[in-house]
Ligand binder design. Structure first.
Ligand code: ATP
Length: 717
């Protein structure tokens, strides 16, 4: 066989099996050795490898793809089934694992050592202070012969060292953790970005924002809130150290007094911690109030037009009262919280005075030791409270990590997108320093679980642009149901060919599946059956970031980013490839130049959130300029002019005509004027094409299209 990948087609009932052989390495490929043979069903998508195990095959080919090797498959009917080899299926897909956190921390070995040493240093200083206080009193009453100045200079050294150690400890700990958090933040953002489209159907934007704000914030607080004195590691070392010292100072007093102090402090701390939900409820009541305020004032015109003032007042009134109630409750808990620590200290001190005092009286204990015990009472009480809080924070962080992992594991990642991105990041890392963040945990950490078998099927994309400029786009017997509604068949054997360089109009009733076709063409979803090809090649053979470069979509409500007009026009294109002149040329062709130069800062004017500072027609023309500059061979216009008034529509339509020239265009429109000039018109109903032809052919057919034209309404609404 001539090629390294050879396909044998077997027809077996309705299932066509593709048998292929491939070489595992370039060396084997050139020598024509075929190390294994696999059979795959082109329908059901199951894979039955023969010969060598699947894993061995995929690893070799995966490497070939990443290093930009020439096309590695050449089958007539390639089929990606996404089936995974068993070991990869079993591997945990959790994004945040303690192993990852530790590996990120261990990149800062020197800082970790400094942290450890300064932690020991500041804890030693803190724990020594009560001992020196005891000695100080003993010197004062003459029990100790040391000169006072000598003792005072030792205390002064301690007092100086402790803050220095603290500064070094906190600075280094903070630096390590901020670096870990930056990487985790980047990894979560990236993992969300590469999820399949149904992920975004499933979760609300607020939930996803929460992952990066509140949930990650909970993880952040493990260290950031616990590097102060009396929290985290310091609290732990102080509790442990205090108990050891108490036992060393007085083996008679320590068991009773130490344990009593510990018990009282733990109880007080646990009680204080139990009031956290009351604080949270109060915060929630406040957030509800502010939501109501922002909703009322942002929709003030709607409120006015429905005389909704009274309703809004009543709603806000109920929220004020709820906030007041939770405030009162919080006040009670605050007052108890304020005194509970004192109660713990007082009980411990009272017990110390009673027990320690009697022992001093009988001469069993030095007065300095009792003074030291007083110091340790305070140290222990505060350190125990800090430790309980740290455990509470840890619990919150565990819950947050679980939430992040469970959301990000709920839907599979989009592998065809992930691989393209991975490769792009690697090639762009030299130019874009910001992308380093997305690499810093090492590429393998993130792509390890990706399906290498899938990757092995992707083609080299060098020729995708050429293919799409010249070849037809075929939608071949597409069947589809949205993943979140698998029982509702939206497409049911949809077949249509978009001829290269021509315009195809797709019309049909509301809900017929027209926009779904756009979603499949854009590869936001994959068809459940059937395939989309370009020049005969299955589009799944190309990674999605490459595919995105050959397709432009302009829809009814184009979304602009809160950037300048020029940045919006050039969005997605590499900075070094786009000149200001190119942007102006595209804007002129999109009939947008005139309005842009009349804006306060011309092309540098910021367009506001989602382009809100521009009118609908202006947004539309900026989107068309963006598509013109992108110069993609395939163009999709999804109801692009239906929301515009007559003047805007004329301007937009003439811009669109320029944009459509020589491109393979699919137009979804409700207006006859937009549709009738198309090279072919497809009428869609119940997820399939029921009529296909030019305007005059379909009118002559006297079918659905003709009746639409007859009633002057194109859409079957
Ligand atoms: N993300 C989604 N998840 C689940 N179902 C969806 C989703 N998007 C659309 N649908 C459903 O798919 C069907 C086809 O919708 P589609 O948007 O493709 O219709 P359409 O022909 O473009 O309609 P219109 O002309 O009103 O825009 C509808 O029944 C719709 O409810």
């Amino acid at each position: 066989m001539a090629s390294s990948a050879t396909t044998l087609l077997f027809h077996h009932g309705s299932t066509r099996l593709i048998a292929r052989t491939r070489c595992q390495s370039p060396l084997l490929r050139t020598c024509g050795v075929k190390p294994f043979l696999s059979f795959r069903s082109s329908r059901g998508g199951s894979t039955a490898p023969l010969g060598l195990p699947l894993k061995a095959k995929s690893v070799g080919l995966a490497r070939a793809y990443v290093t930009g090797a020439p096309p590695i498959v050449g089958e007539e009917d390639p089929k990606i089934d996404g089936s995974k080899s068993e070991p990869e299926k079993e591997e945990s897909k959790d994004l945040i694992k303690w192993g990852l956190v530790w590996s990120l921390m261990s990149k800062h070995k020197l800082r970790l050592v400094v942290c450890l040493l300064t932690l020991v240093g500041c804890s030693t200083c803190t724990l020594s202070m009560p001992v020196f206080s005891g000695r100080f009193f003993e010197v004062l009453i003459g029990v100790r012969p040391d000169p006072l100045w000598q003792l005072l200079s030792k205390i002064a050294v301690l007092y100086s060292l402790e803050p220095i150690f603290t500064i070094v400890f906190v600075t280094n700990m903070n630096a390590i953790w901020e670096s870990v958090m930056a990487t985790l933040r980047a990894q979560i953002f990236r993992r969300v970005l590469i999820q399949k489209a149904e992920f975004f159907d499933k979760y609300k934007v607020g939930e996803l924002t929460g992952l990066l704000t509140s949930d990650l914030g909970a993880l952040n607080s493990i260290v950031n809130d616990n590097i102060s004195r009396d929290r985290g590691f310091r609290a732990f070392s102080e509790v442990f150290g205090t108990i050891c010292i108490l036992f060393t100072l007085s083996p008679q007093l320590a068991p009773v007094l130490g344990l009593l102090m510990l018990a009282v402090s733990v109880l007080a701390a646990v009680y204080k911690r139990s009031t956290v939900p009351v604080y949270k409820a109060h915060g929630l009541a406040q957030a509800t109030m502010s939501d109501c305020v922002s909703e009322t004032f942002s929709a003030i015109r709607t409120v006015r037009s429905f005389s909704g003032e009274k309703r809004q007042m009543s709603l806000f009134g109920s929220q004020i009262l709820a906030f007041q109630r939770s405030g009162l409750k919080l006040g009670t808990f605050k007052s108890i919280n304020e005194s509970i620590t004192r109660v713990a200290v007082y009980i411990s001190l009272l017990a110390l005075y009673a027990l320690g005092g009697s022992k001093v009286k009988t001469g069993e204990l030095a007065v300095g030791t009792v003074v030291s015990f007083i110091g340790y009472t305070f140290t222990l009480t505060f350190a125990v409270q800090g430790l309980v809080n740290t455990f509470g924070d840890l619990r919150g962080s565990f819950a947050a990590i679980e939430r992040i992992n469970s959301i990000l594991n709920a839907v599979d990642i989009d592998e065809a997108l992930a691989y393209g991105l991975e490769r792009d990041i690697h090639t762009k890392k030299v130019q874009d320093e910001n992308l380093r963040l997305f690499l810093s945990s090492g590429p393998n950490v993130n792509i390890r679980h990706l399906d290498k078998y899938y990757m092995s099927d992707l083609k080299s994309t060098n020729n995708l642009r050429t293919l799409t400029w010249a070849g037809d786009v075929c939608l071949d017997d597409l069947h589809f149901a949205y993943p979140l509604r698998p029982d509702v068949k939206v497409l049911d054997g949809f077949s249509l060919t978009l001829r290269s360089g021509t315009v195809t109009a797709l019309v049909g009733s509301s809900g017929a599946g027209k926009s779904t076709i756009v979603q499949l063409l854009a590869r936001f979803y994959e068809p459940t059956q059937g395939r989309i090809t370009v020049a005969g090649e299955d589009v799944r053979m190309f990674d999605k970031s490459e595919w995105a470069k050959v397709i432009s979509i302009v829809n009814q409500e184009p979304v602009l980013f809160s950037l300048s007009v020029a940045e919006n026009i050039a969005y997605g294109l590499p900075n070094d490839l786009v000149s200001k002149d190119d942007i102006i040329k595209a804007a002129k062709a999109a009939n947008a130049h005139e309005f842009i130069i009349s804006l306060p800062q011309g092309y540098d004017t910021l367009v506001g959130e989602r382009g809100g500072l521009l009118s609908g027609g202006q947004r539309q023309r900026v989107a068309i300029a963006r598509a013109l500059l992108k110069n993609a061979p395939i163009l999709i216009l999804d109801e692009a002019t239906s929301a515009l008034d007559a003047v805007s529509e004329r301007l937009v339509q003439s811009a669109l005509n320029r944009l459509m020239k020589d491109r393979t265009t699919l137009v979804i429109a409700h207006r006859l004027s937009t549709v009738q000039n198309a090279h072919q018109i497809a009428v869609c109903s119940d997820g399939k094409i029921i009529e296909l032809g030019t305007h005059s052919e379909l009118v002559a057919q006297k079918g659905s299209y003709a009746s639409l034209v007859g009633t002057q309404r194109l859409a079957f609404e």
